[in-house]
Design a protein around this ligand. Structure first.
Ligand SMILES: [Zn+2]
Length: 130
């Protein structure tokens, strides 16, 4: 991990935090050279996960697309960007896929609808209509 400020190649982890419900880790790092502090987030890379659509077509899982559909479903709800990100991470944690696995879009849809239902019933209904 290179320093985000001076690109020095040695940084030290000064603190890390693993939230109970999400499978990502926050690390507080300090640069060995310029001593700047910054935070990195480590999350499973799901870009190799393939989503099998209803038509049988496959596409790569897109976290960005997932966030966009959550955002759309929440519509009027006032959620900050990082709260949507938390919700997204929570959903990803529930998909429990390995980097090389495939998931049916209907399965994915179910997990998202379920998570939204716990959060906002109207948003879940809106999502179901997508
Ligand atoms: Zn530095």
């Amino acid at each position: 991990m290179n320093c985000l400020y001076c690109s020095h190649n040695q940084t030290n982890v000064v603190n890390s935090r693993k939230p109970k419900t999400f499978n990502h880790i926050w690390r507080r790092r300090s640069c060995a050279q310029c001593k700047q502090l910054f935070t990195t987030k480590e999350a499973p890379d799901l870009s190799q996960v393939r989503v099998i659509k209803r038509s049988g077509k496959q596409e790569h899982f897109s976290y960005y697309k997932l966030l966009r559909s959550i955002d759309k479903a929440l519509a009027a709800a006032t959620l900050q960007g990082d709260e949507i990100d938390m919700l997204g991470q929570n959903i990803v944690a529930h998909i429990s896929v390995t980097p090389k696995s495939t998931i049916y879009s209907s399965q994915l849809h179910k997990v998202v609808a379920e998570s939204l239902r716990n959060y906002d019933k109207k948003a879940a209904l809106r999502f179901d209509s997508f």
